[in-house]
Design a protein around this ligand. Sequence first.
Ligand code: FES
Length: 253
Amino acid sequence: MSDTITPTKTIELRVLRYRPASDDEPVFESFMVPYTDDMSVLQALQTIKDTQDGTLSFRWSCRMAICGSCGMMVNGEPMLACNTFVRDLPGGVATVEPLQNFPIERDLVVSVGDFVKKIESIYPFIIPKVEKRIEDGAYLQTPAQMAAYESFSDCINCMLCYAACPQFGANPDFIGPGAMAMLQRYNSDSRDGGKQLRLDQIHGEDGVWSCTAVGICSDVCPKSVDPANAVNQNKTNSALDFFLHAVRSGAPS
Ligand code: FES
């Protein structure tokens, strides 16, 4: 029988545990998990929860790299657990930890409140240039206009880019790559008229200029969104906006 059906191999998963009610600090706990070649890290964690320790906590929903909720550190790298196969982890042992740079709520679950506030701060919705009545029909776009923002719209808010970003690790107030990608998604949309509103969010000390251009945010993105590109475009937009503001301020009336 194929080993894709019956587990014939076992991996040791060293999972960081933190249960606030009983633990003073996070500690690693090892679990031996039989696996098949088609088993993801998320499925391995579910196997642990079902057969060894029902208190193990982690987030997941879609199991297909869409919802963005299963981000965690696997062997020290930010990854989606549902999109990472156990067979690809070398050496028969792997570490699984919560996303770094975020406060741990419990085991592999991190606090997302600050991230949500950052996303909310950039007005993550279309602010129509011209309001239309429903009877006036849809806001139409050409394929080229859609292509201008489409890749940024693939972001699934998994926060892997924040876990990888050294600048966010050093300064949690930095608005970060995911919010920049989301901001660029809407600022690049031909139907949107909220660009100035969003630009005002990125000029400040913790805005786009805090980025030190490491670029690892794009390396770890599971959807190839390229948030580093969004950050660079916003540096250009921010500089241009500053320049135009200076010109207008100094222009004779
Ligand atoms: Fe939805 Fe992994 S469970 S992205």
